[in-house]
Design a protein around this ligand. Structure first.
Ligand code: DGT
Ligand code: CA
Ligand code: CA
Length: 568
């Protein structure tokens, strides 16, 4: 069934296109007016059975009534489909840029050969808009700003950024008297690597109090929707949705709004099969609620164990829950040490002593100092001579430590000619060797796969760090035959890293799961260049959980002795 809102959007888009094409002013106005009428209607247009009935609506004449009738009976509008093909898609996309209206787009398209966002950006940067039709420098700047804003909103936000933002929002609201419970929902609770918008759920008997506190938070630049129980705002370029429910349905609302949508669909089907109804208000047998207050109850009512949010992607978790075969997921408190940390000996900010203090405060039993080798071009990569000094320094530090151990290590560069940046005779002196690619990311898939496998086959390399080299939202992973890499890792007992930095999360969740299936172990490490980054471990653990990993799949859940036995 097509909604009024969708019909209104089609009419608005028709008006936009006509405007770009410098069409008839009256016609354009008629479509806009009709769109507004439709939006404010209380009845569904799809309930209107005839053109005559539709014509009775204000600002809907014969032609528009016929078009609405066509949409509700056939699901589409031929005139609109045709019109859309008459203007390049890139031109229509220009209409989504803030500060750029249909009139401007019309001028840009008809007089400046602007056909998409890229050509508009170029024209504005080269100041071609000013002299072409008298736009001021200010207008050009406004357009460039609009483009930037549009691109930002189109992109999904890296988990790392959204997570800390959401934490701050929760912190600002959780102490209000009106707030009984508060939690993340949506993709941020599932810890997806990127987030479309932040969803937060509150239990309260006083929703209006919660809403006004929410809308008064610092950093809000726009209020998109403001209702009694749901509001949406833009805060620091990110959309934040806040919903308020009663405490007795908080569990079912949390289940519902955590998603994913696909997980929920499957769960609802399962409920129906059992003669139950499942929605955001609870689980019902007939009209009788059987669960709702706690999320665990919702799963319990369906005869299932609790399914951790990180698994809720409809990737077999409901089937596994039915069979009693859910994994016993790894948890942060099982991590006994961080195996990839940079110190001041290369490009890290802190001394090894500071790293040790931080590691102990996190409850760890060991850390590995793995500074960079010289090749990657940073000014302070450690060469052979420096590395020998660093080993001596670490030995000295270990002498003063009782229940803690600093492992000597390196993050040796894998050069594009498949050789390592340091000779075997020094690598063999170290407790742990990480190898990683830092240059020439554009090699062919074959070449890159060979390059990484050659490092995997080195008898001293224990771990491949950030195996696919991606930077989320910034740099794509290099082309790699992940299957061949996993096979080589399994055959040589080489471990693959899950880099916990939320900019990397590399291996990513599905690759981690694939690694487990192939019998390859992972190490979850922060790659900290500053001791504060050692706190990013939870993002790596979340990625491992999304990959269905259990404590035994992860190297650094091992005690020091066991760890040493697992290294080459
Ligand atoms: P995102 O924001 O794109 O990263 O992904 P989510 O999963 O946070 O999606 P969002 O914010 O649109 O909605 C939050 C949850 O609400 C979603 O995971 C499942 C639930 N939900 C239930 N029914 C629907 C529905 O009809 N549409 C959508 N979009 N979400 C629904
Ligand atoms: Ca969301
Ligand atoms: Ca949302």
């Amino acid at each position: 069934m097509i909604t009024n809102k969708e019909i209104a959007r089609i009419f608005d888009e028709i008006a936009d296109i006509l405007e770009v094409k410098e069409g008839d002013k009256f016609k354009i106005r008629a479509y806009r007016k009709a769109a507004r009428t439709i939006e404010s209607l209380t009845q569904d247009l799809s309930d209107f059975s005839s053109v005559t009935e539709l014509k009775k609506l204000p600002s809907i004449g014969d032609a528009l009534a016929k078009k609405i009738h066509e949409i509700i009976t056939s699901g589409k509008l031929e005139y609109y489909e045709e019109l859309r093909t008459s203007v390049p898609e890139g031109v229509l996309e220009l209409l989504s840029i803030p500060n750029v209206g249909p009139k401007t787009v019309s001028k840009l398209y008809n007089e400046c050969n602007v056909t998409d966002i890229e050509s508009l950006e170029l024209a504005a940067k080269n100041h071609r808009l000013q002299h072409l039709f008298g736009m001021g420098r200010k207008t050009e700047e406004r357009i460039l700003k609009g483009i930037e804003q549009y691109r930002r909103h189109k992109e999904r936000i890296p988990l790392g950024k959204a997570y800390f933002q959401a934490k701050n929002i929760v912190k600002s609201l959780e102490n209000l008297d009106a707030v009984e419970r508060i939690a993340f929902a949506g993709s941020i609770r599932r810890m997806r690597e990127t987030i479309g918008d932040i969803d937060i759920l509150v239990a309260s008997e006083n929703p209006s109090r919660v809403m006004s506190a929410f809308k008064a938070l610092d950093g809000i630049t726009e209020i998109i929707a403001s209702g009694d129980t749901k509001s949406s705002v833009i805060m620091d370029d990110t959309q934040v949705d806040l919903r308020v429910v009663r405490d007795d349905s908080f569990g079912s609302a949390l289940q519902y709004f955590t998603g994913s949508q696909l997980h929920n669909i499957k769960l609802r089907e399962l409920a129906l099969k059992q003669g139950l109804k499942l929605n955001e208000y609870g689980v019902f047998k007939g009209d009788q609620p059987v669960a709702g207050k706690r999320e665990e109850e919702v799963y319990e009512a369906l005869g299932l164990p609790f399914i951790p949010p990180e698994l809720r992607e409809d990737q077999g978790e409901i089937e596994a829950a039915i069979e009693g075969e859910l994994p016993d997921l790894i948890e942060l408190n099982r991590i006994k040490g961080d195996l990839h940390i940079h110190s001041r000996w290369s490009d890290g900010k802190n001394s090894i002593e500071e790293v040790v203090d931080k590691a102990r405060s996190l409850g760890y039993e060991y850390v590995a100092i793995c500074d960079h080798s010289p090749a990657i071009g940073i000014t302070r990569g450690v060469n052979e001579e420096k590395l020998l000094d660093e080993i001596i320094e670490i030995e000295r530090i270990n002498e003063d430590l009782s229940d803690f151990k600093v492992l000597t290590g390196i993050e040796v560069d894998i050069r594009s000619d498949n050789t390592l940046d340091l000779p075997d005779k020094i690598l063999e002196k170290l407790d742990i060797v990480l190898a990683a690619v830092h240059t020439k990311f554009s090699q062919s898939k074959d070449a890159m796969t060979r390059r990484i496998i050659s490092a995997i086959k080195n008898p001293h390399v224990d771990i491949i760090a950030h195996p696919t080299g991606r930077l989320i939202g910034k740099r794509d992973p290099y082309d790699l035959d992940i299957e061949a890499v996993l096979d080589a890792a399994r055959d040589t007992r080489t471990i693959l890293e899950i880099n916990a930095n939320p900019r990397r999360l590399d291996l990513k969740d599905i690759h981690a799961r694939y690694a487990k299936e192939k019998g390859v172990k992972v190490a979850i490490s922060t790659d900290a260049h500053d001791i504060s980054q050692m706190e990013l471990m939870p993002f790596g653990v979340a990625t491992a959980r999304r990959g269905w990993l259990e404590p035994e799949d992860v190297l650094n859940t091992r005690s020091l002795d066991e760890l040493m036995r697992n290294l080459k």
